[in-house]
Write a protein that binds this ligand. Structure first.
Ligand code: AKB
Length: 315
């Protein structure tokens, strides 16, 4: 077991809760400090309250727990960001600054999650390249694109070992997403397994890149564990696994739940989705740290349904 001490910021979130467990498996329960603005529902290890815009509290905790690596996951996502742009900018940018400054001062390794939301309607939508036009059209996307550039700046100027992934929509049975445009792809499974009809907020033909939680967690750990000399992208790596539309996901679910009904009532999130890519070219991640996804649409759907049936005690 490694001697690193890990700080997870935003540990109660969709990705944070699952990543914290995976990090505790890797580094030991007591070597991973979970932090969030709210107390966790279950006691699974060391936890402290932290609002990442509070720089003093962040520094105090980093020193108290002798932190060597930070996973900075706290962020306001695409849909919620459009409803509260100022909050999104404050959390997403000032939170990152605090983490970058701490990483610089204490020579820490830092993980920063970016997103397909950095792409906009001028970006090639199919097989979006690593280096491409980045004119995001949401506050969330603007903040993440700026964040990617700040990460590269801190690496070039101060040598900070900051690493980042552009996550597609993340789908998992372990946790619920909050405030995103890809959230439908998790919600829909819960309705299907409960035997309820689902009303989708995107049009049936809206194709978006997605990734299963197991793959998202593995990608994060593989990137963070890779030797620094292999990391050639210090803005953020494109990451791909699968791409599908709500209609295709519904068909995949119907193989397990044949009478599942889905209606469509597109809302403001439709415009956001249409400004994003349909599919992603992740050649750089494959080349630099050997990224390979394990789950496609069928594999992910089957695994989601098996686990959610256990959760809802449906046999
Ligand atoms: C969102 O929908 O806002 C996020 C994302 C793609 O970053 N899931």
């Amino acid at each position: 077991m490694k001697k690193d001490n890990i700080l997870v910021i935003g540990a109660n979130g969709q990705l944070g809760s699952v990543l914290t467990r995976a990090l505790r498996d890797q580094f030991g329960r007591n070597n991973v400090l979970a932090t969030d603005i709210r107390m966790p529902l279950e006691d699974e290890g060391p936890f402290e309250l932290l609002d990442v815009v509070d720089r003093r509290q962040l520094e105090r905790l980093a020193r108290k727990y002798r932190i060597t690596q930070i996973y900075h996951l706290a962020a306001i996502l695409s849909a919620k960001g459009e409803q509260n742009p100022k909050l999104a900018w404050d959390v997403n940018i000032n939170g990152l600054f605090n983490a970058l400054e701490l990483a610089r001062e204490e020579k820490l390794r830092l993980f920063f999650p970016s997103t397909i939301a950095v792409f906009g309607s001028h970006t090639p939508r199919k097989n979006t390249p690593q280096e491409t036009i980045i004119h995001p059209e949401t506050v969330y996307g603007i903040s993440k694109a700026a964040g990617e550039n700040w990460c590269q700046y801190y690496h070039l100027k101060f040598g900070v070992d900051v690493r980042s992934l552009r996550y597609p929509g993340v789908i998992g049975y372990q946790s619920m997403p909050g405030g995103g445009t890809t959230d439908y792809a998790v919600e829909i499974f819960h309705y299907a397994v409960r035997g309820e009809p689902y009303n989708c907020f995107l049009k049936p033909e809206t194709r978006l890149p997605m990734i299963y939680m197991d793959d998202a967690i593995r990608a994060t750990l593989e990137l963070m564990n890779a030797p620094a000399r292999q990391i050639t992208v210090r803005t953020s790596y494109n990451l791909a696994a699968m791409s599908f539309t709500p209609a295709e996901l519904t068909e995949a679910i119907r193989k397990h739940v044949p009478d599942f009904e889905v209606g469509y009532e597109p809302d403001f999130r439709q415009n956001i989705a249409e400004s994003w890519s349909e599919s992603i070219d992740d050649t750089a991640a494959r080349r630099d740290w050997n990224w390979r996804p394990a789950y496609d649409l069928e594999g992910m759907t089957e695994d989601m349904i098996v686990h959610l049936k256990e959760q809802y005690l449906v046999v």
